[in-house]
Design a protein around this ligand. Structure first.
Ligand code: DQA
Length: 145
């Protein structure tokens, strides 16, 4: 597990100003910087990507499928209904962890459903930006298993 994709879905480019009481005050750049520090400590190489478009996320996953050993993805609202994104994750040959800043199990009913979770090795939700760190740790744990 060396090459890891960090993928952020729609509206996550607005982190820091978007509903900070739900998603926290860190920007996406702040989160990516924390993940880079973690990656260096663990000898990982990250590629970060954010898109507000379903097809953009899918294209990126396809393009990186021979480079990546694993992926941490926050699919944003696509979590709850994108079968196309689910199929993209199912169709590539690396392990994926789904992460969320907020605890989706404690929010509106539509957020309690993830169509992505069944094609992931784990889901981490509700730890704020540290959900991404926990996601990376889950990928590292796979190697040890
Ligand atoms: C989110 C939760 C989703 O329901 C929401 O649409 C998001 C962010 C989270 O990180 O808590 O955009 O994925």
């Amino acid at each position: 597990m060396k090459h890891i994709l960090i993928v952020h879905g729609p509206n996550l480019n607005l982190l820091g100003e978007r509903e900070p009481e739900v998603y926290g005050s860190m920007t996406l750049a702040d989160i990516n910087a924390e993940l880079e520090t973690f990656a260096q400590q663990h000898h990982l190489t990250l590629k970060n990507f954010q898109s507000n478009h379903e097809g953009g996320l899918i294209d990126f996953i396809h393009e990186q499928r021979h480079w990546a050993d694993g992926m941490v993805i926050n699919p944003g609202a696509y979590t709850h209904y994108s079968y196309a994104l689910r199929d993209a994750i199912a169709g590539v040959n690396f392990s994926t962890v789904e992460v969320h800043l907020s605890d989706i199990s404690q929010r509106e009913d539509f957020r309690k459903v993830s169509v992505i979770e069944p094609v992931c090795v784990a889901q981490v939700s509700g730890l704020g930006w540290k959900s991404y760190i926990a996601g990376l740790e889950k990928l590292l744990d796979l190697k040890k298993a």
